[in-house]
Every structure is written in C-alpha cells, then in structure tokens.
Write a protein that binds this ligand. Sequence first.
Ligand SMILES: Nc1ncnc2c1ncn2[C@@H]1O[C@H](COP(=O)(O)OP(=O)(O)OP(=O)(O)O)[C@@H](O)[C@H]1O
Length: 325
Amino acid sequence: MIEAKGLKKTYTISKKAGFLRKEKQKVKAVDGIDLTISEGEIVGLLGLNGAGKTTTIKMLCTLLNPTAGTISVDGLDAVCDAMAVKGLVNMIAGGERMLYWRLTGAENLRYFGKLYGLHGLELEEKISSLLSQVGLSEVSDTPVELYSKGMKQRLQIARGLINDPRYLFLDEPTLGLDVPVAKQLRETVKNLAKEQQKGILLTSHYLEEVEELCDRVYIIEKGKIVLHDTPQKITETVVNEFHVSVETRTLSALEQSKLAKGLPSCKIQFLPSSDGTILEIKAPFDPTSIIIAICVEQKISIQKLELKRPRLEDAILALAKEKSA
Ligand SMILES: Nc1ncnc2c1ncn2[C@@H]1O[C@H](COP(=O)(O)OP(=O)(O)OP(=O)(O)O)[C@@H](O)[C@H]1O
C-alpha cells in the first residue's frame, strides 16, 4: 500500500520586484495531503488547473522530495529508501512526453529498461512481451516519430511497465486521443488494476473516464484534499438531485394531485404533450419506484420513464460554483 501523510511541497520562485531587483516568493503547491492507494485499486486525483496534482504525483514517484510529510510505499520510505521505491513505482504521462522520437519503440524500451538495471536476454524478453501486450510488435523497429498518437500512448504504457511496478501513476493518460483509442486504453488500465493487481493513481480532466475507472476519488483544491469518497457518493453528496421525465396518457387534476402528494419533497411540473402528459420531476433521491407505485395504483400506464442520475461532472461543476460564489 502507498500511504502519504501530511504531504507538503512549497516551491520558492524569484519574482521581479522593480528594476534589477528580484524577490523570493513561496508557492504552497501541496499543503498537507493524506492519501492511500492499495494494490488492485484505481484511485482518482481531481482538481482544477494548478491544484497540486502533478506535484503530488511527482512526490509519490520519488521525482520530487516533499517539504514535509511522509510517503510509505509497501513499508519503504520514499525519501530515505528512494532507490528501492523507484523499483516499485512508475509514471505514465499523457501526450507525447517521456519518449525519444528518433529512437524506435524497442530502442526506447531498451533505454528505459537499462535505467532500471535490466539487461541481456531478460531485457530483450521483457521488451518483446511488453510490445506484444500493447499491440506494437509489428512496429517495434519503426522510429517513434512515425507513430500515431495512439501508438505513442501505447508505447508510454509499455515504458511505464518496464520495471514491472506495483504502483502506476497515470497523468492524463488519454489526453488528445481519439474516442476508440481512449476506450481501448481505459480497458488496459482496468486490466492492469483488476487482473494484474497494480495500484493506480489517475489524474484526468475527462470526468466520465474517472467515473468509469476509479474506485475512489480525491478532490484537491489549492493543495488540500477537500473531498474523498467513491465517485457515486461524491456525486450524491454534492449534487443531490435526480431528474426524472415520465410520459403518460393525459392526467386528470385528481391524478396530478395524487402524484404531487406522493412526492412531497420533489418539484413536479405537469406539461401537456400531443398525446398525453409529461411529468418533469426533480427529486433529492431516486423517485422512480414511488412514481411507478402511484401509477400502478391509479391505473396510469407509463409510456416512457427516463432517469437522469447526477454525474461526477455535475458535482465538480457544483463544487466550483460553490467556491466562486
Ligand atoms: N517547478 C515549479 N516551480 C514553482 N511553482 C510551481 C512549479 N511546479 C508547479 N508550481 C506551482 O504549484 C502549483 C501546483 O501546480 P501543479 O502543476 O502541481 O498543479 P496541477 O493540479 O497538476 O495543475 P494542472 O492541472 O494544470 O497540471 C501551481 O500554483 C503551480 O504554478
């Protein structure tokens, strides 16, 4: 398990303070974060630009030392035992960073494998197994500059797995990818966690992706965790509103009042349609079973019922609105 406690990172930057004069300024990028990632689990780290996600990831994978706090990776300290921890973790960035474009796919993996102390037959076997795992065997000897975006991203995954890490940090892994390529990549990520038991920390601006993949989500703001729960619980806590649309035959005033009485905490609108009535309901819970029960009791046939659950995106928008109000 990875366990971070009281994690802080302060950068010192120089700012112009008049002609020829510079002033040192401190930026608190991460300000006391506690988080855990277990093997086999996909954990999301969400926040607006500049919230501190990349800084957190860099500390977790030993690329940056924290200003304060501790990180334990399977009992090893990420600062004191950094070399051992490097063997247990790896990072996969989205976009086209961290690859050498003039080198072929196999040469890239050979270079990164050597950095992890792999060599000889063991390294060559690893390279060919990873290239086959990500479907790049046929282009192993093609320079990366000739790869498509999707192929480069698959090579990034192979690069991130070269040291067979127990924990993977994925920073915007589907950035700029076409829908089918991104979908395939999400399947790979699920497989890494659920079949290969790797612990994964994921940052993504695609909230549907986070909702689909993550078991738990941390929401970070100005370097602090402001919410931590499953995507579903976060959504229910923050948005707390279900939209239901129901189409029925034309309802009498009595039937309308029965429905309104049965759903006292909901906002209901009865709208006439060409062949009946449309009910638009906003409820602080999922009201479908109550609506169905009343309709059965009143012998009202339902032509169509549509439930719009709140999504993680609605929750993040609501949180952002709350903060700016
Ligand atoms: N090397 C650095 N030197 C000085 N300040 C930095 C440095 N890296 C990041 N920062 C500042 O630290 C804060 C957090 O940045 P960080 O990149 O961790 O956020 P982020 O959540 O990853 O943002 P984004 O979603 O835009 O990538 C920001 O205010 C940023 O300007």
